[in-house]
Design a protein around this ligand. Structure first.
Ligand SMILES: [Zn+2]
Ligand SMILES: [Zn+2]
Length: 144
């Protein structure tokens, strides 16, 4: 899906769910979508045009997270757009520590294994985002 299609898709998703993708929320989503790398809250704030107050941006980020339109990476303290926002998922990410590229994996088996292992330990998860650091194919290939 192209970025443009994804934005239209996300707009329709909000419409179906009866939640409002306000102009501010849409602006924040678009900024994150247009960035090739995950963006920190401060970077998003700086890109807001017209400028917005920090609480406005944070509220917009909360909304987008709740709707599953974006993900937050704890290791990078940054946000990135979700490529498949229809399915409810926490997300698994391959993060390249050299070029900063982040790839979202779509593997429901990982999620299921995590859920099972956690419940066997009597643990109920509130955050199951998996962040794997390493080198992407391109960076690993460049060494040879
Ligand atoms: Zn996702
Ligand atoms: Zn890389």
């Amino acid at each position: 899906m192209t970025r443009r299609d994804l934005l239209i898709h996300d707009e329709q998703l909000c419409l179906q769910r009866g939640v409002r993708l306000t102009p501010q929320r849409r602006r924040v989503l678009k900024i994150i979508m247009q960035s090739p790398q995950p963006l920190g809250a401060y970077e998003i704030l700086q890109k807001m045009d017209p400028p917005a107050a920090p609480p406005t941006v944070y509220r917009a980020l909360d909304f987008l997270l709740q709707q599953g339109l974006i993900h937050r990476l704890a290791t990078l303290q940054a946000y990135l757009v979700c490529e498949h926002p229809d399915a409810s998922h926490q997300g698994q990410f391959l993060i390249c520590s050299e070029c900063g590229h982040v790839e979202e994996m779509e593997d429901s088996n990982i999620q299921q294994s995590l859920d099972l292992a956690a419940s066997q330990a009597g643990f109920s998860c509130s955050n199951e985002v998996v962040e794997i650091m390493g080198r992407c194919g391109q960076c690993a290939g460049a060494v040879h």
